[in-house]
Design a protein around this ligand. Structure first.
Ligand code: DX5
Ligand code: ZN
Length: 216
């Protein structure tokens, strides 16, 4: 299981150092939550901030766009140093065009579905994707409870991907911790985002090790 700490729960006054700390703690990806106050009822940061903190690690930047018009900003996030760019199928941008744009920028595309969106909505795009992110909370805030009823969607997507794109990674985001990660692993998840569980722990190294150890 890969672990992607969500910087949403970091100390933003020292965001670069927090990224360094996650790097040393065994994080696989840095998960960066971009919110525009329109697609979701919260505002975080954009491409300029991501660019500033890019130098603190060589690990991949997994940029989760919770914004209404992702297509408009793909180039900005690519130039800022994103490696994986995930955007919501429920956004206003054309899905295929946005995937193509991410690829044209040399980055890895991912499609995200909110809790009310069915798994089959992503099926037409699976062959073109690096990742599908299944939200296990309503996007917008850290620290919410894990929705275990999203896991059947992971299984559906895994089954379909096995036919058209076996390399596809499935990520879940929201409420992942020691009490929930095993269920995600059993459902076939490859990457778990974890905000609260990693950043609020006394030792991020221990937290990440413990999460990984539960996946067997
Ligand atoms: C929610 C964000 C998540 C969030 C997860 O909209 O996409 O990445 O930070 O936080 P936890 O792990 O605390 O639920
Ligand atoms: Zn996220």
């Amino acid at each position: 299981m890969l672990i992607a700490p969500s910087l949403l729960s970091c100390d933003f006054s020292v965001m670069g150092e927090e990224i360094e700390r996650m790097d040393k703690s065994g994080a696989d990806y840095m998960h960066l939550d971009v919110m525009d106050g329109h697609f979701v009822p919260n505002i975080t940061f954009g491409a300029p901030v991501i660019k500033t903190v890019r130098k603190y690690t060589e690990k991949p930047f997994d940029v989760h766009l919770m914004i209404s018009e992702p297509l408009k900003y793909i180039e900005d996030f690519a130039n800022a140093g994103a490696d994986i760019i995930t955007f919501h199928i429920e956004s206003d941008s054309d899905v295929q065009e946005t995937i193509d744009k991410i690829k044209a920028c040399g980055k890895k595309p991912g499609l995200v579905i909110k809790p009310n969106t069915k798994a089959e909505e992503v099926f037409p795009y699976l062959k073109d994707l690096f990742m599908v992110l299944v939200m296990t909370v309503e996007p917008g805030f850290g620290g919410q409870s894990f929705m275990a009823d999203m896991l059947p969607k992971v299984k559906e997507i895994r089954e379909e991907a096995n036919k058209v794109n076996p390399e596809l990674l499935i990520e879940v985001d929201g409420g992942i911790g020691e009490a929930t990660i095993k269920q995600a692993y059993d459902a076939g998840v490859d990457v778990c985002v974890a905000g609260t569980a990693v950043f609020k722990a006394d030792s991020a190294t221990e937290a990440i090790n413990n999460l990984k150890a539960l996946c067997k």
